[in-house]
Design a protein. Structure first.
Length: 484
């Protein structure tokens, strides 16, 4: 029976557990047998094959993402295809140097030895991905897994069934199943996979499920990379260029309908700039998405909430805030039949409201005024560490003050979201927003075992071996005193 038979959120077929186990066993055999055969040349060829299939299926990818949540073609090109293509090109360009043994210097006590670190494949890897950037966050990590010489099983999200089925087909067209395979299905399929002793798990999703993944990994002492979420704040001080900030924030927040892990969740703005900011954001929303409600709703550049559950969750956040005294400053228009919420700005929120506590993950942007930035720093430090943090200011000292007094996965100064696209920056969170990193060398490293290799040439360490005669004791004492 084929694991491919498992599609969508339907209950798992009783035979599927066995199919997944035999798939895992075949990948394990392949990982062991091919360890030395996955040469640089072989890996480069795999990456090229993946890119070629994706290129050939570009129109299908655009169609599938439209079917799943009306994602506009240009957004698919920029946020789903480009990051994976870039990841492939970057890995192809640098893999030779990443794979080269990295020589390391020793201490005096290591005199007479040579040492190096080699990045070697971990083995069989599991990639569990979310629905919000289904291609980018399934195939992007796959690039790192293959560059590092692993085999991989991908479990895409059940919430974007058209795209997940397409990812399955793309993978099946490109790789034998004992090298890369896709297991479609819901949380039950995920849990069946998590019972297996993978060599590495790369999970992208919510912090709640991240904890389940880490607990399952602990049973086999499997290493994990967790790319999670949370509330990413934006801080705008009184020196910031408000028009520029608004332009970037509207793009960062409302692309993908706000369903972006690193979208600005909420804004803290210096009180004397709050009015100008709201005005600038409103103008920018209308310039980009349409002047009237109906133009915004019929516009082709604004995708939809992924499913009714998330639509209702977002409506409940807005309703809870409104009932407790928050003000809708822009938007707030809804249509459940289309899972549509217009780009929405909201003011007068308080920390007690659900919208201030939960990750928003939709097109709703609270704007909070501040007088003293130290209060903002204190508020950020009182919650879980964010995945991203954004500062808009012309004062370098202001940005430095925030960066030095807070923690987050990543930071952009005078921009938002774009650090994801930088090939030489590690992408990841901190604690509640994630563990480990993705992208470029850092992604390759996550999927690699850093193997320490020491070669003895003429080391004098034997002088410290037992029996512990008085002269050996003296030598040990001397070593500890001088080198310790
Ligand atoms: P999710 O955690 O609900 O699901 C992610 C994956 O886990 C899916 O494949 C799903 O089938 C599986 N899953 C769900 N419940 C499970 C369970 N009980 N046991 C095992 N597997 C289970 O996340 P989502 O709704 O798909 O995505 C949204 C979340 O992901 C947000 O919190 C967002 O911030 C985060 N995210 C993070 C990044 C990042 O790079 N850090 C990127 C995108 C999304």
């Amino acid at each position: 029976m084929s694991v491919r038979a498992v599609t969508g959120p339907a209950p798992v077929h009783p035979g599927v557990g066995g199919a997944i186990e035999s798939l895992f066993a075949s990948q394990r055999r392949s990982a062991v047998e091919n360890r030395a055969k996955f040469t640089l040349k072989a890996r480069l060829a795999m990456l090229s094959r993946l890119k070629a299939t994706m290129k050939r299926r570009e129109n299908d990818i655009i169609g599938a993402l439209y079917a799943d949540f009306r994602k506009p073609e240009s957004e698919v090109r920029l946020t789903e295809l480009f990051p994976v293509y870039q990841e492939i090109s970057h890995a192809r360009r640098h893999l030779r140097s990443w794979l080269r043994p990295h020589r390391v210097h020793g201490s005096l006590g290591m005199f007479g030895t040579a040492a190096e670190v080699r990045y070697q494949a971990k083995g069989v890897c599991l990639i569990i991905s979310p629905w919000n950037y289904p291609v980018n966050l399934s195939l992007g990590p796959l690039v790192s897994a293959l560059a590092a010489g692993n085999t991989a099983i991908i479990k895409p999200s059940e919430l974007t069934p058209a795209t997940s089925a397409l990812i399955r087909d793309i993978v099946a067209e490109t790789f034998p199943r004992d090298l890369v395979a896709v297991c479609e299905g819901d949380a039950q399929v995920s849990q069946t996979l998590l019972d297996l002793p993978f060599d590495h798990i790369f999970f992208t999703g919510s912090p709640q499920v991240g904890k389940i993944v880490m607990a399952a990994a602990a049973k086999h002492l499997t290493s994990v990379t967790l790319e999670l979420g949370g509330k990413s704040p934006t801080i705008i001080d009184s020196t910031a260029n408000i028009e520029h900030a608004a332009r970037k924030i509207v793009w960062g927040k409302f692309s993908n309908n706000g369903q972006t892990c690193i979208a600005p969740d909420h804004i803290y703005v210096a009180r004397n700039k709050a009015k100008a900011l709201v005005e600038a954001l409103r103008n920018e929303i209308r310039r980009v998405y349409g002047q009237s409600d109906s133009q915004q709703k019929s516009g082709a550049d604004y995708c939809r909430i992924v499913n009714p559950r998330h639509f209702e969750r977002l409506c409940a956040l807005i309703d809870d805030a409104s009932a407790r005294g928050a003000t809708i400053l822009e938007g707030g228009v809804r249509d459940p039949t289309q899972k549509y919420i217009s780009p929405t700005l909201i003011g007068d929120t308080t920390p007690q409201m659900a919208i201030s506590q939960e990750e928003i993950f939709g097109p709703v942007l609270p704007i909070i005024e501040f007088d003293d930035v130290n209060d903002v720093i204190e508020e950020i430090n009182s919650g879980p560490k964010p995945l991203a943090l954004y500062v808009f200011s012309k004062e370098r000292e202001f940005a430095d003050l925030i960066v030095e007094n807070t923690s987050s996965g990543g930071v952009c100064i005078n921009h938002n979201v774009v650090h994801f696209l930088h090939p030489n920056l590690p992408f990841g969170g901190a604690n509640n927003s994630g563990i480990g990193s993705a992208h470029g060398f850092y992604g390759f490293k996550s999927f690699s075992h850093e193997r320490a290799i020491l070669r003895d040439k003429f080391s004098v360490l034997r002088l410290l071996f037992p029996p512990y005669t008085p002269s050996v004791k003296n030598m040990i004492n001397l070593t500890v005193r001088i080198l310790g």
